[in-house]
Design a protein around this ligand. Sequence first.
Ligand SMILES: NC(=O)c1ccc[n+]([C@@H]2O[C@H](COP(=O)([O-])OP(=O)(O)OC[C@H]3O[C@@H](n4cnc5c(N)ncnc54)[C@H](OP(=O)(O)O)[C@@H]3O)[C@@H](O)[C@H]2O)c1
Length: 327
Amino acid sequence: MSESTMQAILVHEYGGPEVMKLEGVDRPSPSADEVLVKIRYATVIPLDWKIRNGWMQNVFPQTLPYMPGFYASGVIEAIGPEVTEFTVGDRVFGMIVGAYAEYGIAKVNKLANMSNAEFAVAPMDKLVKLPDGLSDEDAATIRAGADTAWKALFTEGELEAGQTVLIHAAAGGVGQFAVQLAKWKGAKVIGTASTANLDFVKSLGADQVIDYTTTAFEEVVHDVDLVVDAVGGDTETRSMAVLKQGGILVALTQPPSQENAQKHGITAKFNTKFPTYADLQTIAQLMADGTIQAEIDSIFPLSQTNKALEKSESKHGRGRILLRIGS
Ligand SMILES: NC(=O)c1ccc[n+]([C@@H]2O[C@H](COP(=O)([O-])OP(=O)(O)OC[C@H]3O[C@@H](n4cnc5c(N)ncnc54)[C@H](OP(=O)(O)O)[C@@H]3O)[C@@H](O)[C@H]2O)c1
């Protein structure tokens, strides 16, 4: 590869893992208020395969070919002339391209702008510097993981010390942080997972774990203040019955049924808010000082992005899946 090119994943048509191709493309260059990031770890999230399968065209339409991947950690390789907060060599994590609603389709689909690539450009307000003590690997788990847990628990869920929260998919990329952050807040935590992940969820600090493969959670859980639901479907419907009157359900997978929520006398919200810059800095510091820890499920090379997404699409595992791209 020459200095002006790079390896990246491109998707030319919607479909399964086979539509993801590793190709040589032009290296992007930052505009005045952007930085060029040499990606070290890209974050693999369920949204990656939902988009690739063509399931999200109403919400996240793509101009084909598109380059997948939203979040990453890496090191700043170059800066635009208006960039003041960063300098070449800074280690950063964050969103490689702005959210769709914020930046518009054209910006999002600018080729070579996404994280499944050796280099990417990002607006400076979407990146956070890594505090001392935070590894590139762990930093890549924050966006759409620890930050989502933070929003679901505290921004949408209004969780207070002494309250009880039920966290579904407690071993997953979001759930692992939801358990730890809720304990940090002083809440009582109940988590659901399969048999193989029960000890892991306990090790995160959960007070009670429920094996969803053998036990219907509604038979053993009652009167909780908050449910964080990263599973959806039937799990959402059944969760409404375990909340106390006035409790809150925060759904991560779909807008929850308002009709059911009314029947149960609870509030049901869809987690759509973005974390503030201050939230991200706080989370990064909590991770740097060891208050919360990141479990990495597995790490794939860029050339096996399709396999990484296949693993994510299995919907089972422990912690976050990453791509290791550069050093
Ligand atoms: N709205 C938002 O802001 C937002 C942000 C991030 C994620 N999400 C969505 O939230 C969902 C979860 O994301 P994620 O990144 O945490 O996914 P993930 O890392 O792939 O989660 C997988 C976990 O789900 C668990 N699981 C599967 N079926 C379960 C069940 N019936 N009951 C309890 N646990 C179950 C698995 O546990 P076992 O291996 O033990 O089965 C596994 O640990 C995805 O649909 C994602 O798109 C939404």
